[in-house]
Design a protein around this ligand. Structure first.
Ligand code: CTP
Length: 454
């Protein structure tokens, strides 16, 4: 009896998201189990999926674990939380065989150093991505504007399921046509009404001053709107748009990519959780040198309309929207047409925030959140947060945090937008309507009342 017990079991492990459990998953688990006596299934956490760019997973971790449990095929279920965990699992769970679908061929050969790696042929014709599209439906999204940001958006949209982009609108038909040709879309139009008639949602990437009109017309027509920042150039217009969207039951979201990226959200959480004490000051800078171009032309150009959304996002996320005073200092360019460097100072009841923007002055684009016990430092470019530190008087207490910021980050805002549409949610906690409105009001005030120097 004792001798029999000592006969080692062959232990097999496999990894996956197992979202909307399907036949491909079942067959994979059956074959993995057949390779040995004991099957361990590792299910990925939401955070890990986010970080590896797998956005729009439909089910929660608990639901996905339940899927695997209900299959009756797993002897043990664990969770996969981070890159590099697999090697540790091999030792910890005394794994003999690592099995994974053939879509991963070659990717896990390095695990051969620790166990046997087996790639199992993937079941054809089924995937979670496909099921998500079928069950959640696909939102047809049209693009307004055919500039650089719009092209990047189409490329990034390939990473988000449940969104299909077929049509683009531009005031100039020839640029819409060139865009469609280049990005292999289907429809180019110079009629905004025609665009609205064929889609459920639009992404507005036209010049700043045109956002309000396009957004309003779309919302009136019952079309969801994801709008490039700044949503509008006045507080009143933003208030009006959100009221209209709420009334019409459509989603309106300002496309501030930073707000939806994993690193920035963690940074805000860490800063507000008390490690650095009460937050007393926020300093955020964003400069981008631009020569010529629309940014340098009035009436809608200037560094504030172009860039202030980002540092103001940091201010409102970290210190709130209840500022009591606002002062702006601006430097104008040589021709005096627009301000090219500005500092917007907000006073709060218990702190201060300073947002610096520049299109004609280059500065370090970092972010410092100062608290009573320590501070958070995010190096440039902080608006694509991949790394930050909490720093203290005693540097032995310092801590570093690393996150991933994929591509241009536009996929994060689009994933949030798609999720809101699918779940019939009017407001994102990552960027509340009140926060977008506060940013619009500050931008309006800063542009109007900035004390100008040449
Ligand atoms: N798998 C499979 N056959 C399929 C789909 C998945 O054998 N038709 C395998 C994968 O190769 C992997 C495991 O099932 O070993 C878990 O994959 P997962 O990423 O959860 O499933 P997908 O359907 O590929 O998910 P997605 O579409 O989100 O990428």
């Amino acid at each position: 009896m004792a001798a029999r017990e000592r006969i080692a079991l062959t232990r097999v492990i496999t990894y996956g998201t197992f979202d909307l459990f399907h036949d491909g998953h079942r067959r994979l688990l059956e074959r993995a189990k057949a390779l040995g006596d004991y099957l361990i299934v590792a299910v990925t956490t939401e955070n890990f999926d986010d970080l590896r760019g797998k956005l729009n997973v439909a089910q929660s971790l608990m639901e996905r674990i339940k899927n695997v449990e209900d299959s009756g095929l797993a002897d043990e279920i664990i969770i996969e939380e981070y890159e590099g965990q697999k090697v540790q699992d091999m030792q910890k769970y005394k794994v003999d065989i690592f099995a994974i679908g053939s879509d991963w061929i070659g990717k896990f050969d390095y695990l051969n150093d620790y166990c046997k790696v087996v790639y199992l042929e993937r079941t054809k014709g089924v995937s979670s991505t496909q099921l998500r599209n079928e069950t959640g439906g696909v939102t047809n999204l049209g693009i307004v504007g055919s500039g650089r940001i719009a092209s990047r958006f189409v490329e990034e949209a390939r990473f988000v399921s449940g969104i299909s982009i077929e049509a683009v609108y531009s005031r100039h038909l020839s640029s819409a046509e060139a865009f469609v040709e280049r990005l292999e879309l289907q429809t180019a139009t110079d009629s905004f009404a025609e665009l609205l008639a064929g889609v459920q949602a639009i992404y507005i990437a036209s010049p700043h001053g045109t956002h309000y009109e396009y957004a309003r017309a779309a919302i009136e027509a019952g079309v969801h709107v994801l709008c490039e920042k700044p949503l509008t150039l006045t507080g009143a217009q933003s208030v009006e748009l959100f009221e209209l969207a709420n009334q019409k039951g459509v989603v309106l979201l300002e496309a501030v990519k930073t707000a939806f990226s994993p690193g920035f959200q963690r940074m805000v959480a860490v800063a507000r959780m008390g490690f650095i004490g009460r937050i007393r000051s926020v300093d955020a800078t964003f400069t981008k040198l631009v020569e010529g171009g629309r940014e340098n032309q009035g009436p809608d150009g200037g560094s504030i309309s172009e860039l202030a959304t980002y540092p103001l996002l940091a201010a409102v996320k970290l210190m709130g929207t209840d500022y009591v005073d606002i002062h702006t200092h601006s430097l104008r360019g040589e021709d005096g047409e627009v301000e090219v460097f500005s500092r917007i100072d907000l006073t709060y009841p218990h702190g201060i925030a300073s947002a610096r923007t520049g299109i004609g002055v280059k500065a370090e684009g970092d972010l410092v959140v100062a608290g009573e016990k320590g501070y958070v430092y995010v190096p440039a470019p902080w608006w694509k947060t991949e790394y930050f530190e909490t720093r203290f008087e005693d540097s032995r207490d310092n801590k570093r945090y690393y996150y991933k910021f994929d591509g241009d980050g536009l996929r994060y805002e689009l994933a949030e937008f798609a999720w809101m549409i699918r779940n019939n949610t009017a407001e994102s906690f990552k960027l509340r309507q009140s926060e977008s409105i506060a940013i619009a009001k500050i931008i309006e005030h800063a542009r109007k009342h900035g004390q100008a120097f040449s």
